[in-house]
Design a protein. Sequence first.
Length: 179
Amino acid sequence: MLFTTMETERLIIREFEAGDWMDVHRYASDVRVTKYTLWGPNEEEDSKAFIQFCMEDQQKINRDEYSLAVENKYTGEFLGGVNIIFMGSNAEIGYCFHPDYWGKGYASEAASAMLKFGFEQPEVHRIYATCRPGNVGSSKVMKRIGMTQEGVLREHVFYNGEYHSSLLFSVLKQEYQTR
Ligand SMILES: CC(C)(COP(=O)(O)OP(=O)(O)OC[C@H]1O[C@@H](n2cnc3c(N)ncnc32)[C@H](O)[C@@H]1OP(=O)(O)O)[C@@H](O)C(=O)NCCC(=O)NCCS
């Protein structure tokens, strides 16, 4: 499906561009940001590789992954990123923001836009997201955008020498449409 730049109340959500790696690196190299992620903290090379990966994805004919940049519509500040991955009738979303902009509702606003984009695709029936159990901010975002917790994926991921659990949240198309 085609992604065209989205505008929300306060945000512009657009495709990543080559020059964005420095803005990405500012948060992706920050241990406050990567405390609960299964990547990072990034070296410069990691952030450059991420942007390269995104730009290659943009060229794919059967593209199923959309990693997108989030900017403040009024100031042009680079706030963070959101993504959505399509898998048939399911899609998964994620988000990551610079700590300077936490607690202002930006992640909830951007994640809501991803639900809109996702459910605009006729085949998408369920959109889900996961977070580590300690990631209170992320679980609040999922609840705020209308997701319901389905359960806990117990120690399903091995990373950095240990197993990690995830909280699993989702929203179904009919729930989204009748909000
Ligand atoms: C998780 C994250 C995206 C939240 O971003 P955000 O822009 O602060 O989220 P919002 O402002 O939309 O806040 C949603 C809610 O979470 C709360 N919140 C945000 N950060 C929080 C934190 N660190 N601890 C507790 N609550 C937090 C907000 O106060 C708000 O609460 P409310 O619904 O009661 O008003 C952000 O903290 C982040 O980028 N973290 C690092 C990357 C990450 O963990 N991504 C998710 C991977 S699963």
